[in-house]
Design a protein around this ligand. Structure first.
Ligand code: G6P
Length: 491
């Protein structure tokens, strides 16, 4: 907030994402507000609350229209409004083509190495273009100044920067790509690769989580577009416009808002153990994610099997509690991973379970941030073994929840977070045996070791929190704006 005031005094902030920060649902005639399971929303919401401005998103809740009383603008957060949520209404066909089709059956598997074949259908692309245009038009309509600060989020809107630039040439457009960027060979299979690259390159700044993803992006541009790439300064110049390509590892609010009102660690443990009927001598591991094939949930279960096979002393003394929020469930690949995870869990529970104990508890429902925080505080271990992940904020949320400095994090080497949380037990999620051994190591670790590791991870997340992430991007944006002011004073 302070930075915006001093460095970007006249900037009007417009955030754009597909997922809205507050979803109003109709539950038996009553409106319930849900916070979505989305890393993007987790990260962006505290920033938008602090900066004010407007957030444009797709209205997806069953009572969204009713909640805004047939108006498109609603003040949020509901209990203490500090910014405006502008909802964009999409038809079922648009949602089908743009969101489920191009974004989640095309770009999502294109960018994540999970061995799911991307599907590229011309009709989906047409919807994607049309929906990007709808959002770009809304940004232009909402902008009160000629040079707003537009924060475009994620793979749903690759074309928005170019469309906005056409109407608002002086806008500062920061686009953040929340998922990995593939290497040029992989990217080349996308039939609309040039359109996507040039759409993104109308941004003033294009951010990724890691340097590696920036390099993949620059290599893709190098391969498919005519432009000048300055690798030393990490810029791409096409015609008169230059885009800065930089890593900004995303993070979370610190201290975590979900910590407020939490019982102490012993209290959390007691509540969770009672709720799940766990006997006191059981060591608890927790997994929390959307039910997505990139998260490696079935392989994590197989790792539990490997643990119990190779270290039978944990039979009857270890439990993995897996929370999996239903996600994109109308897509075949998502249904398949749910069925697979349930089958694998059942087989392992049948094989090892005994009266009153089973090694895996799988709960496929959405949990709110406070419930998850309690689970993190009750657990001995948190297991984040994604097959591929841009950052993974669950890992950072676990660290933030442990104000007792205890708890072990097991983290996939293919999650961006492993570049920062070096004191986690880093695993290869394709190596089932190795993951099982890491769980054993985590369970056997001395309390001193656990605390030393957790303290270092907490220092890291506390310092490089979400305000740091936004601050670095805004500072870069401020420099660009000042430079533009020198080159071309605004009248
Ligand atoms: C990832 C994406 C976000 C998305 C979230 C949840 O974190 O990067 O853009 O919001 O998944 O997925 P959903 O499709 O439910 O929005």
């Amino acid at each position: 907030k302070h930075l915006l005031k001093t460095e970007l005094p006249d900037a009007e902030v417009i955030v754009v994402s597909n997922r809205e920060p507050y979803i109003h649902n109709d539950v038996d005639g009553e409106i319930r507000i849900q916070r979505p399971a989305s890393g993007l929303v987790t990260a962006l919401e505290p920033i938008t609350r602090a900066c004010g401005g407007i957030w444009i998103a797709h209205g997806s809740g069953s009572a969204d229209r009713r909640s805004v009383d047939e108006k498109d603008h609603v003040a949020v957060p509901p209990d203490a409004p500090s910014y405006v949520l502008r909802r964009i209404w999409l038809t079922d066909e648009e949602v089908e083509g743009y969101y489920f089709g191009l974004a989640n059956e095309g770009l999502w598997p294109l960018c994540h190495i999970a061995f799911i074949r991307p599907a590229f259908r011309a009709a989906d692309w047409q919807h994607y273009v049309a929906v990007n245009r709808k959002f770009a038009d809304a940004i232009v309509a909402e902008a009160k100044s000629p040079n707003p600060l537009v924060l475009v989020q994620d793979y749903h809107f690759a074309l928005v920067p170019k469309m906005v630039r056409e109407s608002l040439p002086d806008a500062t457009i920061i686009t953040f790509w929340h998922i990995p960027w593939p290497n040029p060979e992989m990217f080349s299979i996308c039939p609309w690769r040039e359109e996507i690259l040039s759409g993104l390159l109308s941004s003033s700044i294009l951010g990724f989580h890691t340097q590696f993803h920036c390099i993949n992006f620059l290599d893709s541009v190098d391969r498919f577009l005519e432009c000048h790439i300055d690798r030393e300064h990490s810029t791409v110049t096409t015609g008169a416009s230059t885009t800065l390509i930089r890593p900004y590892p995303i993070s979370i609010e610190w201290p975590a808002a979900a910590l407020a009102g939490q019982p102490d660690i012993a209290g959390c443990r007691k509540a969770v153990y009672a709720k799940f009927n766990l006997s006191e001598d059981i060591r608890l591991a927790i997994g929390v994610e959307r039910f997505d094939y990139t998260k490696g949930i079935p392989d994590r279960f197989r790792a539990v099997e490997s643990l119990l096979e190779n270290h039978p002393e944990w039979i009857g003394r270890f439990c993995l509690l897996q929370i999996a929020a239903p996600s994109r469930a109308q897509l075949a690949a998502y249904q398949a991973v749910q069925v697979e995870a349930q089958d694998v869990a059942r087989a392992i529970n049948d094989r090892f379970g005994r009266d009153g104990w089973q090694p895996i508890i799988l709960i496929a429902r959405h949990h709110d941030a406070a419930e998850i925080c309690t689970l993190f505080r009750a657990a001995d271990l948190c297991v984040v073994t994604s097959l591929h992940d841009g950052m993974n904020l669950v890992a950072k949320e676990f660290v933030a929840a442990r104000d007792d400095d205890d708890g072990v994090l097991i983290l996939s080497t293919f999650a961006g977070a492993s570049r920062e949380l070096l004191e986690a037990l880093i695993v290869n999620p394709y190596d089932i045996r190795g993951m099982g051994e890491a769980i054993h190591q985590g369970l056997s670790m001395s309390s001193d070791q656990r605390r030393d590791r957790m303290r270092l991870m907490r220092e890291m997340v506390a310092e490089y929190n979400i305000y740091f992430w936004a601050g670095r991007m805004l500072m870069d944006a401020a420099r660009i704006r000042k430079r533009q002011g020198i080159e071309k004073p605004l009248d």
